[in-house]
Design a protein around this ligand. Sequence first.
Ligand code: SF4
Length: 331
Amino acid sequence: MLQLTKDDIINYLKNDELTDELFKMARETRKRIFGDKIFLYGFVYFSTWCRNNCSFCYYRRDNDIERYRKSKEEVLDIADRLVASGVNLIDLTMGEDAQYHAEDFETAVSIIREIKKQGVPVMVSPGVVGKKVIDRFAEAGADFYALYQETYNRELFKKLRIAQDFDERLECKKYAKQKGLLIEDGILVGIGENEEDIAEALLQMGNIGASQVRAMSFVPQDGTPMEEFKTPKRDMEFKIIALMRLLYPKVLIPASLDVDGILGLEKRVDAGANVVTSIIPPKTGLMGVAQGTMDVDEGGRTFKEATAILEKMGLRAATKEEYKSYIGGLK
Ligand code: SF4
């Protein structure tokens, strides 16, 4: 493994002339560990209700938007369609929906159990929850708990995740890991951070033992305090993906379709990503996170579209068994 210090990371982030070399090393590292396999995740954003007010998020409490909460039957039906299409994992994502907290996540736990009965790996992204809820997710067989810090700069965190506790969020992940769940962490790019903040975040995500790490460029959302912010050039996100691959060769790194749609896939994979996330079936009324509707109903964010691009790149979708075997080795 290439040993990168914080200064090395900052140097790569600041110097564009090193970028081609960086991407090449990242691709070679991915090839050494994963061969030509890429994993694909189905995304079910099943409730867009949220009690929080994150300044970057379209679904923040104070934004006056249409929201939905899918029923258990709808979620299972969408998950079935995704599994039939070929995805390796179902990512069950929700805002911090007060109704789910009030019912102690009964419905979410039963959804996890149903999907796991079919032998399909599940990721839960429910926001911050209590230890007892994490225990129940673990008992129900969830494989991954995703919770994004978005920044490891505490001052910036206060501005982004308004009135939320940095340490509570971090502790949730550590507890989930202790209970045997794999954890995903991630950062947003272009939200006022500097290179040192990014380097610090990359090292911290390694320290907590995240098995999946993601970087996503910020996309301004209507009706939010950050709607006038500019979306950053994508180079920084791609460099971060490559650095994550070099720092942690075996981790799973998403190329999210949620930032630039299907057209953004190739560059992220070229930078060293090995998971396609945010595959959403068309015509289900489901939303993405950063790009609520981009390519969704047009059928652009499907397994078929994504695999066609991967195949042109000399890569292939991993089988269900290959994915299960890989994450089994991470536990
Ligand atoms: S980022 Fe998550 S927790 Fe924050 S407002 Fe949006 S849905 Fe809620």
